[in-house]
Design a protein around this ligand. Structure first.
Ligand code: OAD
Length: 231
């Protein structure tokens, strides 16, 4: 078995990090992403963008992984033990998969606990607040190491190569609204993979999945993992 798992904000929702879309309180209903999550927004008002990501970084540092993250880490270890494998690709910029014990996580939208130099591109760990005074060794301005609207997601070659090798595709806690991640299920189907969706409610791509399980990730993911490991 070679699983390809894509996670989104729904997997971290019960850790208190909030989601971007969907029913209920959502980040992009309260804030305008065009003012906070684009390269143009950072050029126009870097202090405002830093303030937004500083608050999210503080929340993340105070948060903890939940049962869904822990189950996925257990799945990685359990599959490896019996010679199977999985690729975990996340749209999330938090480190809750890693804190739960996942060894290999591909962060296609970057990582909140890293900063990148806007001039030389160097990436470094960052747990502190960033401001317009935050500088790289080369004197370039530091920005959050996250992918903004209009920027290309990271590791795309590696991700498509993993999709080619996979025999099953599973999307967990993602609304299917943001490309290219929202297009992975179509790629997977075209390659004949069985596709499963785990989400609180049907995503925008729900019709493309062969199997759909709805409910809270902290409940559905652990039971699904047990089923896979029992096979
Ligand atoms: P969204 O906020 O768009 O979707 C989260 C999904 O999780 C929704 O379909 C919710 O119904 C579902 N959900 C909420 N609570 C859940 C729970 N407890 N258990 C299971 N599912 C739950 O998040 P993403 O699809 O990850 O990009 O968003 C994709 C990208 O859009 C993000 O990475 C971010 C955002 O703009 C960037 O910032 C570049």
């Amino acid at each position: 078995m070679n699983l390809f798992i894509l996670t989104g904000a729904g997997v971290s929702a019960e850790s208190g990090l909030g989601v971007f879309r969907g029913t209920g309180a959502a980040l992009w209903k309260r804030y305008d992403p065009m003012q906070l999550a684009t390269p143009e927004a950072f050029m126009r008002d870097p202090a405002l963008v830093h303030e937004f990501y500083n608050a999210r970084r503080r929340n993340l540092i105070a948060a903890a992984s939940n049962a869904a993250h822990i189950a996925l880490a257990r799945l990685e270890a359990g599959l490896a033990q019996r010679g199977d494998s999985m690729t975990l690709v996340t749209q999330n910029i938090d480190d809750l998969h890693e804190r739960a014990g996942s060894k290999r996580v591909i962060h296609m939208h970057g990582e909140l606990l890293k900063a990148r130099c806007a001039s030389c591109g160097a990436v470094r760990d960052c747990r502190e607040e960033l401001s317009t005074d935050s500088r790289c060794g080369c004197d370039g301005a530091l920005r959050p190491h996250v992918v903004w609207f209009g920027e290309t997601p990271l590791y795309m070659e590696e991700i498509y190569a993993a999709l080619e090798r996979a025999d099953r595709f599973v999307a967990i806690g993602t609304s299917g609204a943001v490309y290219p991640a929202a297009g992975f299920v179509r790629e997977a189907r075209a390659r004949g993979l069985r596709c499963c969706e785990v989400n609180l409610e049907p995503s925008e791509n729900a019709a493309q999945f062969d199997e759909r399980r709805y409910g809270r990730a902290s409940e559905i993911v652990p039971s699904w993992v047990e089923e896979i490991l029992a096979r």
